[in-house]
Write a protein that binds this ligand. Structure first.
Ligand code: ADP
Length: 604
């Protein structure tokens, strides 16, 4: 009877596993199916062995002896199929669902059926000695031999994958093989010690808790799905970044050349056509940048880079930019900045600029007369200041029913009225996402036909005490004539070099060009008399960054201001280039205002 204690424990255990496994929602995979068969087989095995033991103990006679022998024969089927299932399981998780797996599976099952038939013919010996039951005989030896062959095959697979042994699925499998060997040795040394069924249940239990638990499987599948989604997203962002570079390079040439042609004396018809080209290309450029920004935000690739910055400088930059963008529109541009705002703040000045530029550009686009008011208020509490930035205009306004759609992607409102105004419908979607990302709020008030007011509230940390100047200083009138100064432009694309020469023309600088990083290095080494280097970053063979590093290594005390030039329009680029050693950054197509700022900074 002591044998029965072990088996009863095994019985409760397997009942629990079967209920848990089949009652939960499972991933429908082949390995899970194999495991399902394994536990059903163990369940059947333990029931048969317990029945045999009970018969032997309570009512053993010549008739029940036959029943016990028959039950044993049926039970031995389990000892052929269970190792096969374990073998197929290990094979499957190692090499996956291949054609070879299917062939091996069909072959093993076919062989097993054949072996079962032989096993039924072979004699079996029932040992019943005062309630201690066991089985012996050729049939059992035969089955053990088959199990040993499968076990050997499993060991071979595990050895072929030694490197994976420490991976999650392989640790339990290695333990299981060791357990099976121990059980078989015990069984061979003492046929009446019936521990194999319980050990197999124990193995099922280990597998359930380590690899085959439906919850674990779900988590694993979810993790895999997440990894795949992240990978796809990464490739999408990479593709977009490359695409932006590829599209922006020719676009850069179109925008720059058509802009410079505008200054020529052309016929009215040509002028009209040219205006169309300028506006279409600028719109396309805005669209490319917008798509890039929105996809980066959606892929969680936009980081908020918090740093110390000069808020007064940000306001000055925004004011001069807006005034320049007003062009010939007769609109009064007002600024009202709270005097108590600390000059130095800690936060992401680039994102704040981007948010304000979007709102200011919209107010300029959608206002034809009257005013635009750019106002910044603040509320301080300890070391945090809440900036309340508002842009109010007396423009066309927004219909009440359209307000909810404002922040949707690619949504342009009042299209009939705005037909002549360029836009992509992405600006406010990006603005809203950036404000959310910075933990802020954006609200809109608007009256159709009268005007709109966009208000953004964002918290920034205070760094220093001085406050901003109420009368903000618009950048001093930029110096335009730099005759006598020499600028080296390094770019692998000859069209880009032509564009650079064209945009630098009005400033009277002497422009020297180089078509590669190496040529740039040669020119600087032979004739280091340059006042500024504009260096494209994305060049074949040697990138701008590599060229600059080489220049700094080869020329002791290399001091020529070097500005990175790139069509990669992703925000946060300036910081990246300054970190790698450039003095500044210019995005292509080069904006006149930005170029003036850079020339003024380095050629003064
Ligand atoms: P875009 O200006 O490129 O079309 P936005 O996302 O910036 O895209 O704006 C979405 C829409 O919201 C615009 O098409 C316009 O109809 C409306 N809109 C935005 N700002 C204003 C404003 N200041 N006055 C009137 N309408 C505006």
């Amino acid at each position: 009877m002591p044998n029965l204690y072990f088996l009863i424990c095994g019985f409760f255990c397997i009942v629990m596993i079967v209920i848990l496994f089949f009652s939960k929602k499972r991933i429908d995979s082949k390995e899970t199916k194999i495991y399902g068969f394994m536990i059903l087989s163990s369940f059947l095995d333990i029931i048969l062995v317990i029945s045999e033991l009970l018969i032997c103990y309570f009512n053993y006679n010549s008739f029940t002896h036959l029943i016990v022998a028959l039950l044993n024969k049926i039970d031995l089927i389990h000892y052929i199929f269970w190792p096969t299932l374990l073998f197929l399981y290990v094979y499957y998780i190692t090499w996956g669902d291949t054609n070879r797996y299917e062939k091996i599976k069909n072959f093993s099952v076919g062989i097993d059926i054949f072996l079962v038939l032989i096993e039924f013919i072979l004699p079996i010996e029932i040992i019943n000695n005062e309630g201690v039951m066991g089985v012996a005989g050729i049939a059992t030896d035969f089955v053990f031999l088959i199990a040993a062959v499968y076990l050997f095959a499993i060991i071979v697979i595990l050895l072929m994958n030694v490197k994976k042994i420490f991976k999650r699925k392989y640790i339990p499998l290695t333990v299981l093989v060791v357990l099976i060997i121990i059980a078989m040795l015990v069984r061979i040394s003492n046929p009446t010690l019936i521990i194999i069924p319980t050990i197999l249940v124990f193995i099922d239990l280990i597998m359930y808790n380590t690899i085959e638990n439906p919850d674990l499987k779900m988590i694993e599948e979810l993790n895999m799905a997440r990894d795949q989604a992240e990978k796809a997203n990464r490739s999408k962002t990479e593709f977009l970044s490359n695409m932006s570079h590829e599209i922006r390079t020719p676009l850069n040439a179109i925008v720059s050349f058509s802009n410079s042609l505008l200054k020529e004396d052309l016929s009215e018809k040509c002028q009209e056509d040219l205006n169309c080209i300028v506006s279409a290309s600028s719109n396309l450029l805005e669209l490319v940048n917008g798509i890039l920004d929105i996809s980066k935000i959606e892929a969680n690739k936009i980081e908020i880079v918090n740093k110390e910055y000069d808020f007064e400088e940000v306001l000055n930059h925004l004011t001069s930019l807006s005034k320049a963008r007003l062009g010939e529109k007769q609109i009064e541009f007002r600024t009202k900045f709270d005097e108590s705002i600390p000059k130095y703040l800690y936060g992401d000045s680039n994102r704040i600029k981007q948010i304000c530029i979007n709102l200011l550009t919209n107010s300029i686009k959608y206002t034809n007369e009257g005013y635009i008011e750019f106002k910044v208020d603040s509320v301080k509490s300890q070391d945090v200041v809440r900036l309340i930035i508002s842009v109010e205009d007396s423009g066309i306004g927004i219909k009440k029913e359209d307000i909810d759609k404002l922040f949707n992607k690619f949504t342009r409102l009042d299209v009939e009225k705005n037909i002549s105004i360029e836009g992509t419908g992405l600006g406010l979607a990006i603005t809203k996402k950036l404000v959310d990302l910075m933990g802020g709020k954006i609200v809109v008030q608007s009256e159709y036909g009268k005007g709109s007011k966009f208000t953004v509230a964002i918290d920034q940390k205070i760094v220093d005490n001085p406050v901003i100047n109420k009368e903000t200083n618009i950048l001093p009138e930029l110096k335009m004539n730099f005759s006598g100064k020499r600028v080296l432009v390094v770019d692998d694309n000859s069209l880009n070099l032509k564009v650079a020469m064209r945009v630098l023309e009005p400033f009277n600088v002497e422009v020297v060009t180089a078509k590669s990083g190496d040529e740039g290095i040669d020119k600087i080494c032979m004739d280091g008399n340059f006042d500024l280097v504009l260096m494209d970053d994305m060049m074949p063979n040697k990138s701008g960054t590599e060229t600059l590093t080489e220049l700094k290594e080869n020329i002791e005390g290399y001091k020529i201001p070097t500005v990175a030039l790139t069509a990669n329009a992703i925000n946060g680029m300036r910081e990246k280039y300054i970190d790698v050693g450039f003095d500044d950054f210019l995005a292509k197509p080069i904006e006149e205002m930005e170029l003036k700022r850079v020339l003024n900074k380095f050629l003064k």
